[in-house]
Each structure stands twice: as C-alpha cells, then as structure tokens.
Design a protein around this ligand. Structure first.
Ligand code: FAD
Length: 193
C-alpha cells in the first residue's frame, strides 16, 4: 500500500471541487484531487452561471476566459409546442455590487475544462478512477483510503493552519478586507434575487 501526503485532499472533480482546488492552489496550498469517475463530464448540466461564480473566476483572473466561452443572457423564455409559456427577466435580479449583472450560459463540461486547464498548467492533475472509501480524522488533519483499479493507497491531508496563519497575518493586517465594512445594502442587494 502506498502513502501520499498533501495539505488538502479534494474529493470530486466536479465544479465545486475544481473551484476549491483552484482557490486553494492560488493561496499556495498543496492540493491533491481524486475522482472515482474515469473521465470528466461531457454534459451541459449546470449551464447557468450567476454573478457570484463569475466573481470567483474574476478573483482567479479568469473571468475573461469564462466570458469568452459562454453567452451572456439577460432573459430566458419558455416554449411548449412552439407556444410561449412565460419566462424570466434577469433585469429584476441585477445588483449594484457586482460587475456581472447578467446570467452566463456555459455548459458545465466547458467550465470544468477551463478549471482543469488552469490546474494542469500548475502541475495539478486529477487522479481519475480513484475512489475515497474511508476517511479518518487525525489530531492534525485527515487520512483517506483511496482505491483504484491498480492500487490502494492512503493519502494524509494535513493543513498546517497555524503556520499558514502566521505566514499570512502581516498581509492580512494590511489588507483592505480587514478595514472593509459590509453594508446592509450589500445583503439587501443579494436578497433581492
Ligand atoms: C444528468 C444531469 C443533468 C443536470 N442538469 C442540470 C441543469 O440543467 N442545470 C443545473 O443547474 N444543474 C444540473 N445538474 C446538476 C449539476 O450537474 C450539479 O449541480 C453540479 O454538477 C454539482 O457540482 P459538484 O461539483 O458539487 O458535484 P458533481 O458535479 O456531482 O461532482 C462530484 C464528483 O465527485 C466524485 N465523487 C463522488 N464520490 C466520490 C468518492 N467517494 N471518491 C472519489 N470521487 C467521488 C464524482 O465522480 C463526481 O465527479 C445536472 C446533473 C445531472 C447528473
């Protein structure tokens, strides 16, 4: 049985896991990704991307890439047997605190491919056909049993948050986030959707 180590083990290379991995990698955290599926999804699935997801892509410097591969949509119409049955006007969902005041139509498979490209360019590859079968909590992290067709291994994920915090604390103290007040308007704008 093999043993591997990382700081954070991401289980599942769907949109959630891939975005988590991108954000962790951006913070310099050593991340591994496994997925029990042999291949990436090919379907459109979650084809509607909203402002918050685009903001996360923007924080990775990737919003232009995502926008270029999707279609900006301001309303959706529903038809049954060729007859218009109603629709949604996203003008009612706009919020002043985001630059992305629209819905982006983009197939989930393409969104995943964009994130996979970014991770691969940074040397992070999804270990496919690898299933998490057991997870144990350790005093300082977690230990995962992972099974694939060719091997069984244990991945130890230990995130040294104390070390990380002391590393980031000086930068955090200077950052605008610490001083920023989140106004009630911000939440009201979000709720309006
Ligand atoms: C057929 C279909 C059609 C859909 N259509 C729409 C749609 O039209 N609009 C919409 O908004 N949403 C749609 N969805 C939902 C959308 O796909 C999900 O909301 C989205 O995929 C969730 O992303 P996720 O990363 O959280 O999970 P997932 O995309 O499900 O990814 C989870 C990943 O974890 C892996 N995994 C699970 N357990 C383990 C384990 N033990 N070890 C290793 N890997 C593991 C899985 O293989 C999978 O790749 C659809 C879903 C399906 C299945």
């Amino acid at each position: 049985m093999q043993n591997e180590k990382c700081e954070v083990l991401v289980v599942g290379a769907g949109p959630t896991g891939l975005m988590a991995a991108c954000l962790l990698e951006q913070c310099g955290i050593h991340v591994k990704i496994i997925d029990k599926s042999i291949s990436a999804s090919q379907e459109s699935r979650a084809a509607v991307m909203s402002a918050r997801s685009l903001e996360l892509f923007a924080s990775l410097g990737m919003s232009e890439t995502v926008l270029a591969q999707g279609a900006i949509t301001r309303n959706i119409d529903f038809f049954i047997s060729g007859r218009h049955q109603g629709g949604l006007d996203y003008a009612h969902c706009t919020s002043v605190d985001t630059p992305f005041r629209f819905i982006l139509m983009i197939p989930q498979s393409r969104t995943e491919a964009i994130m996979l490209d970014r991770l691969q360019s940074r040397g992070i590859h999804v270990q496919r056909g690898a299933e998490l079968v057991a997870l144990r909590t350790l005093a300082n992290g977690a230990e995962a049993d992972v099974v694939s067709a060719s091997e069984q291994k244990t991945i130890e994920a230990i995130y040294h948050w104390r070390r990380r915090w002391s590393q980031y604390r000086p930068a955090f103290a200077r950052s605008r986030f610490r001083r920023r007040k989140i106004s009630a308007k911000f939440f009201a704008g979000r709720r309006a959707c």
